[in-house]
Design a protein around this ligand. Structure first.
Ligand code: MLT
Ligand code: MN
Ligand code: ZN
Length: 306
Protein backbone atom coordinates (compact mmCIF):
# COMPACT_ATOMS: atom_id res chain seq x y z
CA UNK A 1 0.00 0.00 0.00
CA UNK A 2 1.25 3.45 -0.87
CA UNK A 3 0.60 6.53 1.23
CA UNK A 4 1.54 9.78 -0.45
CA UNK A 5 1.63 13.17 1.23
CA UNK A 6 -0.02 15.60 -1.19
CA UNK A 7 -0.10 18.56 1.20
CA UNK A 8 1.80 18.78 4.48
CA UNK A 9 0.80 22.30 5.52
CA UNK A 10 -2.09 23.49 7.68
CA UNK A 11 -4.81 25.80 6.37
CA UNK A 12 -3.28 28.79 4.58
CA UNK A 13 -0.36 26.81 3.14
CA UNK A 14 3.31 27.75 3.29
CA UNK A 15 3.95 30.51 2.53
CA UNK A 16 0.48 31.84 3.25
CA UNK A 17 -0.55 34.42 0.62
CA UNK A 18 -0.89 37.38 3.00
CA UNK A 19 1.66 36.43 5.65
CA UNK A 20 5.05 37.99 6.26
CA UNK A 21 5.98 36.11 9.40
CA UNK A 22 9.62 35.05 9.58
CA UNK A 23 8.91 31.70 7.92
CA UNK A 24 6.63 32.93 5.11
CA UNK A 25 8.86 35.90 4.29
CA UNK A 26 11.99 33.74 4.45
CA UNK A 27 10.72 30.99 2.15
CA UNK A 28 9.34 33.57 -0.29
CA UNK A 29 12.67 35.43 -0.45
CA UNK A 30 14.76 32.26 -0.40
CA UNK A 31 16.64 33.42 2.71
CA UNK A 32 15.49 30.46 4.84
CA UNK A 33 16.30 26.75 4.46
CA UNK A 34 12.66 25.75 4.07
CA UNK A 35 10.39 24.16 1.46
CA UNK A 36 7.04 25.42 0.25
CA UNK A 37 4.09 23.26 1.25
CA UNK A 38 0.50 22.95 0.09
CA UNK A 39 -2.56 22.41 2.26
CA UNK A 40 -3.43 19.27 4.15
CA UNK A 41 -4.10 16.06 2.22
CA UNK A 42 -2.80 12.52 1.68
CA UNK A 43 -3.65 9.88 -0.92
CA UNK A 44 -3.70 6.10 -0.43
CA UNK A 45 -3.51 3.41 -3.10
CA UNK A 46 -2.95 -0.32 -3.41
CA UNK A 47 -2.26 -0.58 -7.14
CA UNK A 48 -0.85 2.91 -7.70
CA UNK A 49 -3.69 3.67 -10.14
CA UNK A 50 -6.84 4.05 -8.02
CA UNK A 51 -6.34 6.50 -5.15
CA UNK A 52 -8.39 7.34 -2.10
CA UNK A 53 -8.02 11.07 -1.59
CA UNK A 54 -8.06 11.76 2.13
CA UNK A 55 -9.17 15.40 2.38
CA UNK A 56 -9.75 17.59 -0.66
CA UNK A 57 -7.44 20.55 -0.16
CA UNK A 58 -7.89 23.98 -1.78
CA UNK A 59 -4.55 23.13 -3.49
CA UNK A 60 -5.83 19.91 -5.07
CA UNK A 61 -5.21 21.02 -8.67
CA UNK A 62 -1.55 21.84 -7.94
CA UNK A 63 -1.27 18.58 -6.01
CA UNK A 64 -2.61 16.53 -8.93
CA UNK A 65 -0.16 18.32 -11.23
CA UNK A 66 2.73 17.58 -8.84
CA UNK A 67 1.77 13.89 -8.59
CA UNK A 68 1.39 12.54 -12.15
CA UNK A 69 0.31 9.10 -10.86
CA UNK A 70 -3.02 10.75 -9.98
CA UNK A 71 -3.72 11.19 -13.71
CA UNK A 72 -3.57 7.74 -15.36
CA UNK A 73 -4.90 9.15 -18.70
CA UNK A 74 -6.90 6.08 -19.75
CA UNK A 75 -9.70 8.13 -21.36
CA UNK A 76 -10.26 11.65 -22.66
CA UNK A 77 -11.61 12.54 -19.21
CA UNK A 78 -9.95 10.56 -16.43
CA UNK A 79 -8.61 10.68 -12.88
CA UNK A 80 -6.83 8.41 -10.45
CA UNK A 81 -9.05 9.76 -7.65
CA UNK A 82 -11.54 6.94 -7.12
CA UNK A 83 -13.07 8.27 -3.89
CA UNK A 84 -12.68 11.02 -1.31
CA UNK A 85 -12.72 10.68 2.48
CA UNK A 86 -12.95 13.66 4.82
CA UNK A 87 -11.48 13.98 8.32
CA UNK A 88 -13.65 17.00 9.14
CA UNK A 89 -15.56 19.81 7.42
CA UNK A 90 -12.77 22.43 7.63
CA UNK A 91 -12.03 24.67 4.65
CA UNK A 92 -8.52 23.25 4.20
CA UNK A 93 -9.95 19.73 3.92
CA UNK A 94 -13.09 20.15 1.80
CA UNK A 95 -12.78 23.14 -0.53
CA UNK A 96 -10.94 21.08 -3.15
CA UNK A 97 -14.19 19.22 -3.82
CA UNK A 98 -15.30 22.27 -5.78
CA UNK A 99 -12.25 21.91 -8.04
CA UNK A 100 -13.23 18.29 -8.79
CA UNK A 101 -16.67 19.30 -10.13
CA UNK A 102 -15.87 18.23 -13.71
CA UNK A 103 -15.63 14.58 -12.61
CA UNK A 104 -17.39 12.26 -15.10
CA UNK A 105 -19.53 10.62 -12.40
CA UNK A 106 -20.74 11.51 -8.91
CA UNK A 107 -17.73 11.41 -6.56
CA UNK A 108 -17.94 8.73 -3.88
CA UNK A 109 -17.58 10.81 -0.69
CA UNK A 110 -16.95 9.23 2.72
CA UNK A 111 -17.68 11.28 5.84
CA UNK A 112 -19.29 11.02 9.26
CA UNK A 113 -22.84 12.16 9.86
CA UNK A 114 -21.58 15.29 11.70
CA UNK A 115 -19.47 16.27 8.66
CA UNK A 116 -22.33 15.52 6.24
CA UNK A 117 -24.48 17.87 8.34
CA UNK A 118 -21.92 20.70 8.13
CA UNK A 119 -21.53 20.20 4.39
CA UNK A 120 -25.28 20.54 3.91
CA UNK A 121 -25.75 23.54 6.23
CA UNK A 122 -22.88 25.81 7.38
CA UNK A 123 -20.85 25.10 4.22
CA UNK A 124 -23.40 23.69 1.74
CA UNK A 125 -20.84 22.36 -0.70
CA UNK A 126 -22.85 19.17 -1.31
CA UNK A 127 -25.81 21.14 -2.67
CA UNK A 128 -23.49 23.27 -4.82
CA UNK A 129 -21.85 20.14 -6.25
CA UNK A 130 -25.25 18.65 -7.08
CA UNK A 131 -25.31 21.14 -9.97
CA UNK A 132 -22.05 19.65 -11.31
CA UNK A 133 -20.82 16.05 -10.91
CA UNK A 134 -22.59 15.55 -7.58
CA UNK A 135 -21.41 13.30 -4.79
CA UNK A 136 -22.33 9.78 -3.78
CA UNK A 137 -23.01 9.79 -0.04
CA UNK A 138 -21.01 7.16 1.84
CA UNK A 139 -21.57 7.38 5.56
CA UNK A 140 -18.72 6.61 7.95
CA UNK A 141 -20.58 4.96 10.83
CA UNK A 142 -18.35 5.25 13.90
CA UNK A 143 -20.19 2.37 15.60
CA UNK A 144 -20.03 -0.06 12.70
CA UNK A 145 -16.36 -1.01 13.07
CA UNK A 146 -13.70 -0.99 10.34
CA UNK A 147 -14.81 -0.56 6.78
CA UNK A 148 -13.48 -1.35 3.32
CA UNK A 149 -13.58 1.03 0.40
CA UNK A 150 -14.13 -0.36 -3.09
CA UNK A 151 -11.18 1.61 -4.51
CA UNK A 152 -8.79 0.01 -2.00
CA UNK A 153 -9.37 -3.75 -2.04
CA UNK A 154 -8.14 -5.51 1.11
CA UNK A 155 -7.43 -2.27 2.97
CA UNK A 156 -9.02 -1.99 6.41
CA UNK A 157 -10.05 1.49 7.42
CA UNK A 158 -10.97 2.34 10.98
CA UNK A 159 -12.27 5.80 11.84
CA UNK A 160 -11.78 7.07 15.39
CA UNK A 161 -13.71 10.03 16.77
CA UNK A 162 -11.33 12.76 17.98
CA UNK A 163 -11.80 15.57 20.46
CA UNK A 164 -11.05 18.56 18.31
CA UNK A 165 -13.21 21.36 16.87
CA UNK A 166 -15.93 21.66 14.25
CA UNK A 167 -15.29 24.60 11.87
CA UNK A 168 -16.38 28.13 12.82
CA UNK A 169 -19.33 27.91 10.36
CA UNK A 170 -20.57 24.61 11.77
CA UNK A 171 -23.98 24.78 13.49
CA UNK A 172 -22.37 22.67 16.24
CA UNK A 173 -19.14 24.63 16.68
CA UNK A 174 -20.07 25.40 20.30
CA UNK A 175 -21.59 21.98 20.97
CA UNK A 176 -19.11 19.40 19.68
CA UNK A 177 -20.55 16.24 18.15
CA UNK A 178 -19.00 12.82 17.89
CA UNK A 179 -17.57 12.64 14.39
CA UNK A 180 -16.82 16.36 13.90
CA UNK A 181 -13.22 15.19 13.55
CA UNK A 182 -11.84 11.73 12.98
CA UNK A 183 -8.49 10.01 12.90
CA UNK A 184 -7.86 7.08 10.57
CA UNK A 185 -6.15 3.80 11.29
CA UNK A 186 -5.48 2.17 7.92
CA UNK A 187 -4.17 -1.39 7.65
CA UNK A 188 -2.37 -2.46 4.49
CA UNK A 189 -3.26 -5.74 2.79
CA UNK A 190 -0.46 -8.30 2.77
CA UNK A 191 1.99 -6.69 5.19
CA UNK A 192 -0.67 -5.88 7.80
CA UNK A 193 1.25 -2.66 8.47
CA UNK A 194 -0.71 0.28 9.79
CA UNK A 195 -0.73 4.00 9.36
CA UNK A 196 -2.49 6.35 11.77
CA UNK A 197 -3.42 9.71 10.23
CA UNK A 198 -4.75 12.64 12.27
CA UNK A 199 -3.92 16.14 11.01
CA UNK A 200 -6.05 17.65 13.80
CA UNK A 201 -5.63 16.08 17.20
CA UNK A 202 -6.73 18.25 20.13
CA UNK A 203 -6.96 15.78 23.00
CA UNK A 204 -5.65 12.23 23.04
CA UNK A 205 -8.20 9.91 24.54
CA UNK A 206 -7.26 6.29 25.43
CA UNK A 207 -8.59 4.69 22.16
CA UNK A 208 -6.55 7.23 20.18
CA UNK A 209 -3.40 6.42 22.14
CA UNK A 210 -4.04 2.71 21.58
CA UNK A 211 -4.46 3.28 17.85
CA UNK A 212 -1.24 5.31 17.78
CA UNK A 213 0.60 2.60 19.68
CA UNK A 214 -0.56 -0.01 17.17
CA UNK A 215 0.66 1.91 14.10
CA UNK A 216 3.89 1.42 12.16
CA UNK A 217 3.59 4.92 10.73
CA UNK A 218 2.16 7.99 12.45
CA UNK A 219 1.13 11.05 10.46
CA UNK A 220 -0.06 13.35 13.21
CA UNK A 221 -0.92 16.94 14.07
CA UNK A 222 2.16 19.11 13.59
CA UNK A 223 0.31 22.43 13.51
CA UNK A 224 2.19 24.45 16.11
CA UNK A 225 5.39 24.20 18.15
CA UNK A 226 4.10 26.17 21.15
CA UNK A 227 0.55 26.49 22.37
CA UNK A 228 0.57 30.31 22.13
CA UNK A 229 2.57 30.51 18.88
CA UNK A 230 -0.02 32.48 16.91
CA UNK A 231 -0.73 34.78 19.88
CA UNK A 232 2.98 35.51 20.50
CA UNK A 233 3.37 36.54 16.85
CA UNK A 234 0.31 38.78 17.14
CA UNK A 235 -1.45 36.79 14.40
CA UNK A 236 -4.36 35.32 16.35
CA UNK A 237 -6.03 35.28 19.73
CA UNK A 238 -6.35 31.51 19.73
CA UNK A 239 -4.22 28.92 21.52
CA UNK A 240 -3.53 25.54 19.93
CA UNK A 241 -6.29 24.02 22.09
CA UNK A 242 -8.76 26.72 21.00
CA UNK A 243 -8.11 25.59 17.42
CA UNK A 244 -8.43 21.90 18.29
CA UNK A 245 -4.72 21.17 17.97
CA UNK A 246 -2.03 19.80 20.29
CA UNK A 247 1.23 21.78 20.41
CA UNK A 248 4.49 19.89 20.09
CA UNK A 249 6.17 21.28 23.20
CA UNK A 250 5.11 21.63 26.83
CA UNK A 251 3.69 19.13 29.31
CA UNK A 252 1.48 16.59 27.54
CA UNK A 253 2.55 18.02 24.18
CA UNK A 254 3.04 15.93 21.04
CA UNK A 255 6.74 15.25 21.66
CA UNK A 256 5.94 13.81 25.09
CA UNK A 257 3.08 11.78 23.67
CA UNK A 258 5.20 10.35 20.86
CA UNK A 259 8.00 9.54 23.32
CA UNK A 260 5.59 7.57 25.48
CA UNK A 261 4.40 5.22 22.75
CA UNK A 262 7.42 2.97 22.97
CA UNK A 263 6.91 0.97 19.78
CA UNK A 264 10.15 -0.13 18.10
CA UNK A 265 10.69 0.92 14.46
CA UNK A 266 7.66 3.17 14.46
CA UNK A 267 7.98 6.14 12.11
CA UNK A 268 6.70 9.34 13.68
CA UNK A 269 5.95 12.11 11.24
CA UNK A 270 4.40 15.52 11.91
CA UNK A 271 1.96 16.75 9.27
CA UNK A 272 -0.51 19.69 8.89
CA UNK A 273 2.22 22.17 9.82
CA UNK A 274 1.20 25.78 10.26
CA UNK A 275 3.30 28.38 8.44
CA UNK A 276 4.34 29.95 11.77
CA UNK A 277 5.88 26.72 13.08
CA UNK A 278 9.70 26.90 13.45
CA UNK A 279 10.01 23.19 12.55
CA UNK A 280 9.58 24.30 8.93
CA UNK A 281 13.18 25.57 9.03
CA UNK A 282 15.30 22.61 7.89
CA UNK A 283 18.43 23.64 9.80
CA UNK A 284 16.76 25.18 12.87
CA UNK A 285 17.20 24.14 16.53
CA UNK A 286 13.61 22.85 16.75
CA UNK A 287 14.38 20.35 13.98
CA UNK A 288 17.35 19.11 15.98
CA UNK A 289 15.10 18.62 19.00
CA UNK A 290 12.68 16.59 16.89
CA UNK A 291 15.55 14.51 15.47
CA UNK A 292 16.69 13.68 19.02
CA UNK A 293 13.21 12.29 19.64
CA UNK A 294 13.15 10.37 16.35
CA UNK A 295 10.42 12.61 14.93
CA UNK A 296 10.29 13.60 11.25
CA UNK A 297 8.57 16.50 9.50
CA UNK A 298 6.37 15.72 6.50
CA UNK A 299 6.94 17.46 3.18
CA UNK A 300 4.85 17.46 0.03
CA UNK A 301 5.54 14.42 -2.15
CA UNK A 302 6.71 12.23 0.76
CA UNK A 303 5.89 8.61 -0.06
CA UNK A 304 5.47 5.68 2.31
CA UNK A 305 5.23 2.04 1.30
CA UNK A 306 3.46 -0.19 3.82
C1 MLT B 1 -7.16 24.20 11.29
O1 MLT B 1 -6.98 23.00 11.24
O2 MLT B 1 -7.26 24.80 12.39
C2 MLT B 1 -7.24 24.89 9.98
O3 MLT B 1 -6.03 24.67 9.28
C3 MLT B 1 -7.72 26.26 10.00
C4 MLT B 1 -8.03 26.77 8.62
O4 MLT B 1 -8.05 26.01 7.64
O5 MLT B 1 -8.27 27.95 8.51
MN1 MN C 1 -6.57 22.46 9.19
ZN1 ZN D 1 3.41 32.98 7.96
Amino acid sequence: MKVKVLGSSAGGGFPQWNCNCRNCDGVRKGTLAAQRRTQSSIAVSVDGVAWLLVNASPDILAQIAANPEMQPARHTRDTGIAAVLLMDAQIDHVTGLLMLRENSAPLPLYATDAVWQDLSTGFPIVSILSHYCGVERRLIDLDAGPCEIAALPGVRIEALPLSSKAPPYSPHRAAPQRGDNIGLLITAPGSGKRVFYAPGLGVLEPPVRDAMRSADLLLVDGTVWTSDEMIALGLSKKTAADMGHLAQTGPGGMIEVLDSLDRPNQRKVLIHINNTNPILIDDGPERRVLAQHGIEVAHDGMLFQL
